[in-house]
Design a protein around this ligand. Structure first.
Ligand SMILES: Nc1ncnc2c1ncn2[C@@H]1O[C@H](COP(=O)(O)OP(=O)(O)OP(=O)(O)O)[C@@H](O)[C@H]1O
Ligand SMILES: [Mg+2]
Length: 262
């Protein structure tokens, strides 16, 4: 079991941000996490990473229950890419160093690295098509380039779990498709980590994401096989708007039917 969340809630300022969440992720599954702004996706991921603790309920990550594991060790087993991470990194640091810091799951590089680590970082950057950025400082990179560097960083510790929180934010359609192709390659690779992919956009859900979790206002709206969850009827119910889902090339494409503003 990679993640087991049972009846978990999280309150802040007298508001229930997550409510009675049940979610199980098994080894070998890749999940997509879908929900509108403010629905609680990032909060749930912060809990999985041990940055916040459930107010009620129980959870275990990578077979360890909360309170039983060393968070520093846990985070080395979880690769994490998010825009909130982008803001924390040091802009003056070279891309290679940022990738290397992934080995220790630290912001900044404090531990010593050897030639093997550098070779691995370079190889990851090559496989993500960003080897030309090795010597560039992070603040000079474009959004798409940063996302590639961050994915390379996340893979540096050969994680068991890879969490991608809206990795395509700010990418143009071509950069998005390129990044999705790379994510697909990671999912199909040997010893691939279990991937959790967070998005607002159903068209980003690659065929490798066989499972989907829909979160609405802090609650699980639906969870299960993507093909059963991503239907026109279910998504219309989920968004509260009449939408149509079309499947093309193993992906789903959403269009809004009728007048949104009525
Ligand atoms: N520390 C906090 N204190 C108070 N409210 C919080 C806190 N953290 C998150 N929230 C609130 O919880 C709700 C869920 O936030 P979260 O960041 O999990 O949403 P999200 O689904 O990731 O949204 P987005 O798609 O915009 O990234 C929001 O209304 C947010 O304002
Ligand atoms: Mg978020």
């Amino acid at each position: 079991m990679m993640i087991e969340i049972k009846d978990v809630s999280w309150d802040r300022e007298q508001k229930m941000i997550l409510r009675n969440i049940d979610w199980t992720v098994r080894e070998g599954e890749h999940w997509c996490l879908l929900g509108l702004n403010g629905s609680g996706k990032t909060t749930l991921l912060n809990m999985i990473n041990g940055y916040i603790w459930p107010t009620t309920g129980t959870m275990s990550v990578l077979g360890k229950r909360f309170g039983e594991f060393d968070l520093r060790e846990l985070r080395k087993s979880i690769g994490w890419v998010s825009t909130s991470l982008q803001q924390k990194l040091y802009g003056s640091e070279k891309a290679l160093k940022i990738v290397l810091s992934g080995k220790f799951a630290t912001i900044g590089l404090y531990d010593t690295t050897d030639e093997c680590d550098v070779a691995k970082a370079e190889q990851l950057m090559r496989s993500l098509g960003c080897e030309a950025l090795i010597g560039r400082t992070y603040d000079t990179l474009s959004q798409g380039e940063r996302q590639r560097v961050l994915i390379a960083r996340a893979l540096m510790a050969s994680p068991k779990l890879l969490i991608l929180d809206e990795p395509c934010t700010g990418l143009d359609v071509f950069a998005r498709e390129q990044l999705l192709r790379m994510i697909e390659a990671v999912a199909g690779g040997e010893d691939a980590p279990t991937i959790i992919y967070v998005t607002h956009h159903v068209e980003e859900i690659l065929p490798c994401f066989g499972k989907s979790l829909l979160i609405k206002q802090g609650e699980v709206f639906a969870a299960g096989d993507t093909e059963k969850v991503l239907t026109s009827a279910m998504m219309s119910d989920f968004f509260g708007v009449n939408v149509e889902i079309e499947r093309r090339g193993g992906r789903s494409w959403l269009s809004v039917k009728g007048d949104l503003w009525k």
